[in-house]
Design a protein around this ligand. Sequence first.
Ligand code: AMP
Length: 374
Amino acid sequence: MLIGVLGGGQLGQMIALAGLPMGLRFRFLDPSAEACAAAAGELHVGSFTDSAAIDRFVQNLDAVTFEFENVPASAVHHAASCRPTHPSARSLEVGQDRGKEKALFASVGLDVPRYVLSRTTEHLDSAIESLGFPVVVKTVREGYDGKGQRVVRDEASKRSAIEAMGSVEVIVEDLVAFHREVSLIGVRSVTGEMAFYPLTENVHQSGMLRVSTPRADDPLQPEAERVGRAILESLGHVGVLAIEFFVERDANGKERLLGNELAPRVHNSGHWTQDASETSQFENHLRAILGWPLGRTSLTRTCVMVNMVGRVPGREDLLGVGGARAWPRIHVYGKSSRAGRKVGHVNVVGESLPAVESLVTSLRAVTLRAEAMA
Ligand code: AMP
């Protein structure tokens, strides 16, 4: 079977790496001839808005999916008119719009930070005033990895945010003093079967994910799954979907979930599933879109994922840090070095969390040294 993937980045590459052993083959459509997924399948270089390119791309495909959410919905509509295509353009459209995400969260009973949508400079000023400092201003569309967002704490940062973002549609929301951040990776098949991975605790820096730790028995798991199930069903979503939450803690130490955003695709905070779950998120995504039975999603061993940003360290430095109780599994995407770009990740696995965390500390030093040279 030949699967088409809109987008040729690392997520596409890892979907293909999971599908090859199941007998699947892959074709990618990406505007860049440098797209790294080409290592794992056939690359068509073309624009997502070029309908002739999409017509060529879909020829002989058995199914189509996408790996990144800034693919125009029109490309997904076009593919869906010719081939089975999952997730749908509807899931994509919600994932592309922070306002629609918030409305969906509210509709399933998930609280969100207070927010105001704004389209003009004058309105942005009054939106910030109405919430009061500190707030975060984010573009409604096309932001990722901390791009397209600013924290506003005072008049000076307000003025510069208005100058930079006053002319586009933005969302202004309370800056949440969260206690921690978690994400839920869920998957729903064409058949309606659903599965959820254990909640993952995430650490971001300047808006970009750096470290993810799956938690086998997070007390918030049942509530997160309730929300996840309702969202997957409400969208009629097929494939993997990730939901990112802030966790707030009240004066008595009781935690509650606040919805931040969703991604209607495989997600960086689920990369640990490659080395510490029976079935990776990438394999389950493929099983879901093809209507095959979903695989087990439990955590099989202690794992912490560390992103490599900017530049990949020497392999001997990465692979030389392991010991008998914790060791690294490296995933390098084959992308050229560039500051702020995700170029790979390491899943540190091992016998116990202390052993894994101590290795993560030395690995972080190695990856940050390389990053400084990007
Ligand atoms: P996002 O692109 O919305 O996922 O934001 C990336 C990261 O920026 C989040 O994971 C948080 O670490 C931080 N962030 C975004 N929005 C807020 C907020 N309203 N309050 C506090 N931190 C935020």
